[in-house]
Design a binder for this molecule. Sequence first.
Ligand code: URA
Length: 215
Amino acid sequence: MKGPKVTVVRHPMVLEQLTLARNKTTNQIAFRKAIFRLGRLMAHEFLRTLETQEFPVETPFGKTTGYKVKGNDKIEIILILRASIPFVDGMYKELPMARTGIISAWRGKAPAFQIEINYSKIPDIHPDDIVIIADPMLATGHTLLKVARKTLERGKPKRLVFFSVISTKKGIRHVGKEFPEAEFYTCAIDPKVDEHGYIVPGLGDAGDRAFGSPH
Ligand code: URA
């Protein structure tokens, strides 16, 4: 059976920033910066998949071919509170015209991992849009599935894309089963999820590391 389309971004700078994010001695400010840079680098990689439109341009010394990226004004990013904040902030550097939907999703305790969505504000989605759902940690896929379902209530896009810093095969399979046409972008695929739903080795709790632990 054909699996979902997965792109693992292995740019040298991605590897370096991912290492910083994984390292438990990286402090909160440096962690947020690393996640920000990973968002930017992943968006940069993603832009390779968009077509360009040619048009004539005049330089001070002559004529040449100019290019415009097609469709970068038809992107909607979905930000999941709270871990996605620095990730999406980095994505804006490459996708400044993106509209943004915001969803608050709370994952309950194992083994049920009940997901509660208690806030959502999502701009309409049109048939020629690209929707990128940004979740730094794709562990079991419970959160992403619920968020994707909620997002698609606003319309069916041309492309549905998931951005995660670290994923697991299990999470990708879980989400890909319901959304077989979706595309997954990630910087690493880690081997397992522990009994609390954390990716191992992963990078810890992305929200806590970026903003502080509530416990
Ligand atoms: N969410 C996180 O922040 N970290 C994980 O490892 C899994 C889910």
